[in-house]
Unconditional design. Sequence first.
Length: 128
Amino acid sequence: MMVVDVRDMPPEQWRLGVETRMLVSARNGARHLCIFEQWIAPGAGAPTHSHPVEEVLTVREGEAEMWIGEERGIVTSGQSLIVPAGRMHGFRNSGTATLHINAVLASPVFEATVEGATEVTRRWGESG
């Protein structure tokens, strides 16, 4: 039985204004999921990017402007955005307080391609 203790998962600065704590990934034994949470400063967020798998973004506190392709909307505490695999999407903290988001990817390794990039970013695989 695998028990994950959030106290064993130190947050890391992913990019300016975004702190990320990985909870579940290939690194700690997951085979089909990547689950992490982020705390995002006002105005900061995730650039437009895509994943090869489906993702669910749930706002736990605060509010975010989120987009999939050209479609944009405000997502608030208790609401989730389901992002289909391969679709370009992103978000930014549109409020005045810290945004707290929970993210679930249908893969044990985080893979993303930022709009305009030629390389895939990979994080939290078995070795790192």
